[in-house]
Design a binder for this molecule. Structure first.
Ligand code: SAM
Length: 336
């Protein structure tokens, strides 16, 4: 079907294409076409007087018979609604906890048909629970496994989602923490999981050392694999209780990362013990909207005072919303 378009010599086509895009009148439902000399840029409407003023002189308004753009189908096209899911590596986690089996299977089929990078569809059967912060899953469709490799900021993390904690939702937060670290720093990651903070820091910042501690043997198994997978050297994986390990590395840390938001307050004495004078604790918590930071800051101050040390609050921020009226927060506290 003939459609209104801009005809411009090929050599001058790219800036014109960009200008049309900026004006919001380039029609991307059909394919841009060419002949030996000209480029034909389809329009969604006739340009208003003045809109073509800054275009090259050779630009002409004309008509052309365009071909329709072949559009890859998306899950919505097959389902009639937008499914809610999270992708970790090549696994999709269905997010609606109330999905019945029939609807879960329909969504899984649509994802497998339209998203070639997704190989397995999982439905969580429990929330993140227990000391090791893991979930149980049901395989809805695809390859029957819960292990995958997730890529983030140039690092690769192998993880079995049923055996160790991992979420891509903290990726921005990890890069925020990274900005605090300087070359030569010693970092203690008290609750390291499969290593997304520790490995990113070790790979990007030339720290003198990263101590990555976790109590879950399965998390440490993947942490060790991930250290090899990412070829990082200045990092030590430790399977153990952060409280016990803190005694062995007292006074060594420029930075202590406490990513155990529900229970970090129970480990504040150990975090203070780990910090050098002037070292910084990155404290995570889950707090109500009417007391986002106050009570947590008091807990940090109390732990420092108990050790005869002072606290300087450097930063505080909401990382993400956790539940209705509940937030995942982080506080940066210097322990002097
Ligand atoms: N920092 C990792 C991340 O971002 O993926 C993991 C965070 S996850 C919320 C908390 C981790 O703390 C879990 O891997 C869990 O096994 C570990 N953990 C819980 N209690 C611990 C303890 N007493 N000592 C060391 N690690 C512990």
């Amino acid at each position: 079907m003939k459609q209104q378009c801009i005809k411009v010599p090929k050599k001058k086509g790219e800036p014109v294409r960009r200008m049309l895009l900026e004006l919001g009148i380039l029609d991307n439902s059909v394919k841009i076409d060419t002949d030996e000399i000209f480029l034909y840029l389809p329009l969604t409407r006739e340009p208003a007087p003045g809109e073509l003023e800054s275009f090259p002189e050779e630009t002409k308004l004309t008509e052309f018979d365009f071909e329709l753009q072949e559009k890859n189908p998306v899950p919505e096209d097959l389902l009639g609604f937008s499914p809610s899911y999270e992708v970790i590596g090549d696994i999709a986690l269905l997010e609606d906890p109330d999905l019945d089996n029939e609807k879960a299977s329909r969504i899984a089929d649509a994802l497998l048909q339209t998203k070639p990078n997704i190989k397995t569809i999982l439905k969580p059967l429990t929330p993140v629970i227990g000391e090791f912060r893991v979930r149980e899953f049901e395989v809805v469709a695809g390859e029957p496994r819960t292990e995958t490799i997730h890529r983030e900021y140039g690092c690769r993390y192998k993880v079995d989602l049923a055996r160790a904690y991992f979420t891509p939702r903290l990726s921005t937060e990890r890069s925020r923490i990274l900005a605090w670290i300087k070359e030569g720093d010693t970092v203690v990651d008290m609750f390291a999981g499969v290593g997304p903070y520790s490995i990113l820091i070790a790979k990007s910042k030339k720290p003198s050392k990263v101590l990555a501690i976790d109590k879950n043997p399965d998390a440490v198994h993947y942490l060790r694999e991930n250290i090899i997978l990412n070829s990082v050297k200045n990092i030590k994986a430790i399977e153990g209780d952060a409280r016990e390990e803190a005694k062995k590395f007292a006074g060594t840390a420029d930075h202590v990362i406490m990513n155990l938001p529900h229970n970090a307050f129970e480990f504040l004495d150990s975090a203070v013990l780990l910090t050098k004078p002037g070292g910084i604790i990155h404290y995570y918590g889950i707090t109500p909207e009417d007391d986002l930071f106050g009570s947590s800051i008091e807990l940090i101050r109390a732990a420092a005072e108990k050790a005869g040390r002072k606290t300087e609050i450097l930063d505080k921020k909401v990382v993400r919303s956790y539940a209705p009226h509940q937030y995942n927060i982080c506080i940066e506290a210097r322990i002097v």
